[in-house]
Design a protein around this ligand. Structure first.
Ligand code: AMP
Length: 300
């Protein structure tokens, strides 16, 4: 097992879906990612919160072995995002994004994190993603995710970051927006041409497409009829993907990426079943293994 370093947002979300509304619940890409990945490996978090971030909310992570030495606490307000989903649960509609303390954040990677072999640059300002990448020592695998907010506001920085990582994980709508290609496969090919060795396009209930070494691997999501809140599904997918790879810590390539996608997909299927991070807090290995065998019977 090898350690994973993640930089991403840590914050509070307000979410409306056809199932209801929740105000100020724990969210952010780094929270979902690390709760997912920590089922497999040790996770080191880099991020920032304001003085309003509750100690109990940090303890939810530390109690699961997640290392928060790299989570700075600064005067000011924590990152806040509000969004809604209408009938199409595959598309989040952002209502408000308040970067707050992230606007002045200068990531300093603790010495003990610098040799993390697996580095995931979760959805956050691409300038911050770059600052993190320049402070780590020769990682074995680097990955990146993003969101329309950054495609619209920092496209050049984002494209330069995509060029510097091994794996890009991106959702279908964002891949279209970034490349201007409506066809998903054409979008993937454009993204791969930027430099990464593999692209994983996340497609909500339709699953994912992995493209790497001139080969495709495509699966539907685990069928869920009670999608309550899809927020964080993409970050959880990335957590399962990186978690699995770091746990086996083998030579990287298409076959292992395939398995990593299956783990990501399965883990994300739990996240959507309730609001926020709750499903990940409740999830056991037994639940995961049970769903893994159910999924096998769905896809074979
Ligand atoms: P996902 O549904 O996996 O794409 O990620 C949702 C999470 O991303 C939410 O918990 C938000 O707090 C977080 N988020 C939303 N907008 C941004 C942004 N512009 N930068 C970083 N994180 C964000």
């Amino acid at each position: 097992m090898s350690e994973i370093l993640v930089v991403g947002s840590v914050g509070y979300d307000s979410i409306s879906t056809p199932s209801g509304h929740k105000d100020g619940i724990i969210g952010g890409s780094a929270n979902y990612f690390s709760l997912g990945a920590s089922k497999y490996s040790k996770v080191n978090v880099v991020g920032v919160v304001g003085d309003d971030y509750k100690d109990a909310d940090k303890e939810l992570l530390t109690s699961r072995g997640i290392d928060l030495k790299g989570l700075q606490q600064m005067p000011g307000e924590t990152f806040k995002w509000s969004g809604k989903y209408e009938n199409d649960m595959n598309e989040a509609i952002t209502l408000e994004t308040h970067l707050n303390v992230f606007e002045k954040f200068n990531p300093i990677i603790p010495e003990s994190y610098r040799d993390s072999k697996y580095v995931f640059l979760a959805n956050i300002d691409p300038v911050l993603q770059k600052e993190v990448l320049t402070q780590v020592n020769n990682p074995k695998l680097t990955g990146l995710d993003t969101m329309n907010f950054w495609i619209q506001s920092k496209k050049e920085d984002l494209v330069s970051m995509i060029k510097s990582v091994d794996v890009l994980l991106i959702n279908e709508g964002e891949a279209r927006e970034l490349t201007g290609k409506y066809n998903g496969i054409a979008a993937i090919k454009d993204l791969l041409a930027l430099g990464p060795k593999a692209v994983v396009m996340k497609r909500g209930e339709y699953g994912f497409v992995l493209y790497c070494e001139n080969k495709y691997f495509i699966l539907p999501a685990f069928p869920i009829d009670n999608v309550v809140d899809p927020t964080g599904a993409g970050d959880t997918f990335a957590g399962g993907f990186f978690g699995y790879l770091s746990k086996i810590d083998d030579e990287l390539g298409f076959e292992h990426y395939k398995q990593a996608c299956v783990h990501g997909c399965l883990l994300a299927s739990f996240t959507v079943q309730d609001f926020g991070i709750q499903p990940l807090l409740d999830l056991s290995w037994t639940d995961l293994e049970k769903r893994q065998s159910e999924y096998r019977s769905v896809i074979q």
